[in-house]
Design a protein around this ligand. Structure first.
Ligand SMILES: [Ca+2]
Length: 553
């Protein structure tokens, strides 16, 4: 891990030096020379070579309001035809053709139907279960050699930044059956986001322990934290789905050493499921008390993320657990109330031990290639060029990634360096400590400018960036958790086992039902019933399968 971080520093330096080399104040000739040399070196790799005879690559796509917004923003560009498809065509000789594009909510259903009827495009993104089914049916090809020989050093480097090897989840019988879509697992770290103006109104300090947190939750519920004389606030927001990235309970339960969706290693080297461990029962019992006391909305079972967002905006919520981008989730409350303010705080412990945040590996989707597609390396070339043009030596970040409109969403493949946000924070922090901003570039520079606009000109859109990236923002907490070894990584990485494919959804739903009902007031002894249920309905077999894989690795 540490080695990776150091290496990344080197890469950022390379990019920085290159950008300085391109300073428009230098003479045209010099600029041309530098650029040409860079382009030659980078693009000599066969993973970035252009097909002599351009090829067609058929894919499928989904369209959302985000993408439609981009199409409005950039007349002449559409999901089918834009700066990215043009780049892939010009530089690689790959013509992207969408077989179909549907609205996001219908995408996965349509995809499932197409797979069921055997219609596969040349390249497609699927989930782990679909990948296994397609591989078993012989419909997708082994990418082991293709990736090994066509991925550029930069691509390989970026894909090794995860704390685990993301390719492990894509390997079946030693064959690489898909290219994992690597998502940052550290970005899923949870924080306690608290209305600090309410803390001030009630003369309370931020929480250091779970006990403090429970006092705050109670006070936010019963002591009129918004000082409007009405009983109209909740201590803690909880969404109906208990594992949401905002409004979920993963960060709360971690304080009790309860890790309900994580596979944990016992002292004797066995993997056990966190969801059936007794610590969860204790956490649920505390949540039940909070619910009974009115600190959690009596209608939380009907509240999804959007409804919670509305409650936050209306000033009903004083505290929630959420990821680093929760700043952008809560910022609406500032429009409704000029005094409203929020801050991210570290999760707290009920046990006296420093809390550990459980983090699962974020490899949910995989790019696969149809068995009889002639150019499997084309997928790797797209990935190479996407990374290179955004973060590589020849990056053009403000044209291809963020203008500041998120034009990267025009690209059919969107890999990114998983540590980029944390690194941006570290670069910003270094600049703040040294008072020297001249080394900020690309993403860190853009964030710096947004924060400055907020601090100096009161530009509201900079507030969220400030709360996430400032010296006491969310990433400062992540940085400390990493340094203090307070991250607990999920031990299960492999593709889903046979029983998992069959039973995982059923077991997860059952777990959610039991947990919700206990919070709503069912006796906590129901937890023991759940544990037996879980074991009998497939959990025991699943645990056995997982331990077999774990032992063999
Ligand atoms: Ca009130």
């Amino acid at each position: 891990m540490k080695k990776h971080l150091e290496l990344w520093g080197l890469v950022t330096c390379l990019i920085g030096c290159f950008l300085i080399g391109c300073n428009p104040e230098e003479s045209d000739n010099e600029e041309l020379d530098t650029t040409n040399t860079q382009v030659e070196t980078v693009y000599q790799h066969k993973g970035l070579n252009r097909y002599e005879e351009p090829i067609v690559l058929k894919i499928i796509g989904e369209i959302s309001d985000n993408v439609r917004g981009l199409e409005d923003q950039f007349p002449g560009e559409t999901l089918r035809d834009n700066r990215w498809t043009k780049l892939y065509n010009d530089m690689l000789g790959i013509e992207i053709q969408y077989e179909w594009i549907v609205e996001s909510p219908f995408y996965y259903q349509r995809l499932a139907n197409e797979i069921a009827s055997g219609n596969l495009p040349d390249v497609v993104k699927v989930d782990a279960v679909q990948m296994r089914q397609l591989a078993n049916a012989g419909l997708i090809q082994d990418l082991t050699t293709v990736f090994e020989s066509y991925a550029t050093p930069f691509t390989k480097y970026v894909m090794s930044q995860e704390s685990i090897d993301p390719f492990e989840a894509a390997r079946m019988d030693e064959k690489l059956m898909g290219i994992p879509e690597v998502i940052s697992d550290l970005d899923t770290m949870q924080y306690i986001w608290i209305r600090t103006d309410w803390l001030e109104n009630l003369d309370l300090d931020p929480p250091n322990t779970m006990e403090d947190l429970l006092v705050i939750s109670k006070a936010f519920t019963h002591n009129d934290p918004d000082q409007n004389g009405e009983d109209d606030t909740y201590g803690l927001a909880v969404t109906n789905y208990l594992w949401n990235n905002i409004g979920g309970l993963t960060g709360f339960m971690a304080g009790f050493q309860a890790y309900p969706t994580t596979w944990l290693e016992t002292k004797d080297g066995q993997l056990v499921y966190g969801g059936i461990q007794p610590e969860v029962k204790e956490a649920l019992s505390v949540l039940q008390d909070m619910y009974h006391d009115g600190q959690i909305d009596s209608e939380f079972m009907f509240k999804d993320g959007n409804k919670i967002k509305e409650q936050v905006k209306n000033g009903e919520i004083g505290m929630l657990f959420g990821e680093q981008w929760a700043s952008f989730f809560v910022e609406d409350s500032l429009n409704a109330n000029l005094k409203a303010d929020w801050q991210a705080f570290p999760i707290v412990s009920a046990t006296g031990e420093p809390p550990k945040m459980p983090i699962s590996h974020q490899v949910d989707y995989f790019w696969v290639v149809r068995a009889d597609f002639e150019y499997p390396e084309a997928l790797v070339k797209l990935i190479n060029l996407h990374l290179e043009k955004n973060w590589g030596e020849t990056a053009d970040y403000e044209y291809y990634y963020s203008t500041p409109y998120p034009v990267w969403q025009f690209s059919p493949v969107t890999p990114y360096p998983v540590l980029k946000n944390l690194e941006a924070y570290r670069d910003l922090e270094y600049a703040r400590q040294t008072g020297n901003n001249s080394n900020l570039y690309g993403e860190a520079k853009a964030i710096h400018e947004r924060i400055e606009a907020y601090l100096n000109e009161g530009e509201k859109t900079g507030w969220g960036w400030y709360k996430t990236y400032s010296s006491d923002g969310a990433y400062s907490i992540l940085d400390k958790f990493l340094k203090n070894d307070q991250i607990l990584f999920d031990k299960f990485i492999s593709p889903p086992t046979e029983t998992m494919i069959e039973m995982d959804t059923i077991l997860m739903n059952r777990q959610l039902d039991y947990y919700q009902n206990i919070i709503l007031g069912n006796p906590t002894s129901e937890f023991d019933r759940f544990v037996n249920d879980w074991k009998e309905v497939g959990g025991n077999i699943m645990t056995e399968e997982i331990n077999n894989i774990y032992r063999n690795d």
